[in-house]
Design a protein around this ligand. Structure first.
Ligand SMILES: NC(=O)c1ccc[n+]([C@@H]2O[C@H](COP(=O)([O-])OP(=O)(O)OC[C@H]3O[C@@H](n4cnc5c(N)ncnc54)[C@H](O)[C@@H]3O)[C@@H](O)[C@H]2O)c1
Length: 285
């Protein structure tokens, strides 16, 4: 099967980015958020992003118009019925995702693939919440989705070769470089990245250096495009704690145990860029 019509669920950082990637590469996209207002907001953000690209000479006006013409926004899950592929990108919570998969199973056409953008959670648990576990897999985009080249295609024990091949082909059509990985917490990137990010927070908490100097050191000393604390702010500290919890739950490795201050920052509502404050203050930027 070739993927033409894509459903994207979740109006957060990742849902918006994935929708932009899919629409720009010629797919019809149905955006679904729990409220019509936030679904419409996603389209407004997409419009702004495309307008900026036209202004900078990176996109033709006609391509911008065609892209927006392929996008519709809804608060109704039933509108995803005829999608070839549905990608859920809601909050990193297994119970929420399993309930959503169960509901989608009763809505999406029988040969439709249902995929998750989870960063760490067991994809197989979402697969067995449906009556089509062979048509469920992970399709893990990176943040910001329009800019990042990688997509991890996550293969749960239950997925068919055809599903994996179809989703891999979709990622390629989106202009991404797919890699395939088994269904283990953190897949490739986050399993390797998060102990590093967590240890940067530990270093800050120990008073070894300031946030600015930890970030400057990793940028200047290792050529990282951004420092670990700035990266945590970009990912979102709530999402980061959920990722660390899922990694710790699976491997019981102390490097995955979220440093206490991270959890306290989440409790305080300091979620990073999306809330205007994390390790850095974004309210005036
Ligand atoms: N932030 C990242 O860098 C990143 C990167 C790759 C993958 N992911 C994954 O993408 C998914 C979404 O992350 P995000 O960063 O876009 O988060 P976000 O906080 O920006 O958005 C989360 C979305 O989930 C919705 N939501 C919250 N509770 C819900 C519920 N009970 N039922 C249905 N929807 C609900 C919110 O309204 C929002 O639209 C997560 O699974 C996350 O692990 C995140």
């Amino acid at each position: 099967m070739t993927i033409q019509r894509v459903g994207v669920i979740g109006s957060g950082i990742m849902g918006s980015g994935i929708a932009e990637v899919a629409a720009k590469t010629g797919h019809e996209v149905v955006l679904r958020s729990r409220k019509q207002e936030t679904a419409d907001d996603m389209v407004s953000r997409l419009t702004k992003s495309l307008d900026k690209q036209v202004e900078r000479g990176k996109l033709e006006q006609a391509d911008r118009d065609a892209c927006l013409g392929r996008v519709s926004a809804t608060d109704d899950l039933a509108k995803l019925a005829d999608c070839d592929l549905v990608i859920e990108s809601v909050v990193e919570d297994l119970d929420v995702k399993k309930a959503l998969f169960q509901e989608l199973d009763g809505i999406v056409k029988a040969d439709g693939i249902i995929a998750t953008n989870t960063s760490t959670l067991p994809v197989v648990e979402m697969a067995v919440a449906t009556s089509r576990p062979d048509k469920v897999c992970g399709v893990h985009f990176f943040n910001p989705a329009p800019a990042m080249a990688l997509v991890e295609i996550v293969r749960p024990l239950t997925a068919s070769d055809e599903t994996i091949a179809t989703v891999r082909e979709f990622a390629t059509t989106c202009g991404k470089n797919p890699v395939e990985v088994k269904d283990r917490a953190g897949f490739i990137v986050n399993a390797l990245l998060f102990p590093f990010l967590n240890n940067a927070v530990r270093m800050l908490e120990n008073g070894t250096a300031s946030a600015e100097d930890i970030d400057a050191a990793m940028q200047g000393g290792c050529n990282h495009p951004m420092g670990p604390l700035a990266l945590l702010d970009l990912v979102g500290l709530d999402t980061s704690v959920s990722i660390l919890d899922a990694l710790y739950e699976e491997f019981k490795d102390p490097n995955y145990a979220a440093v206490p201050v991270l959890r306290r920052m989440v409790a305080a509502g300091h979620l990073g860029r999306k809330s205007g404050r994390g390790f850095y203050d974004y309210s005036k930027k």
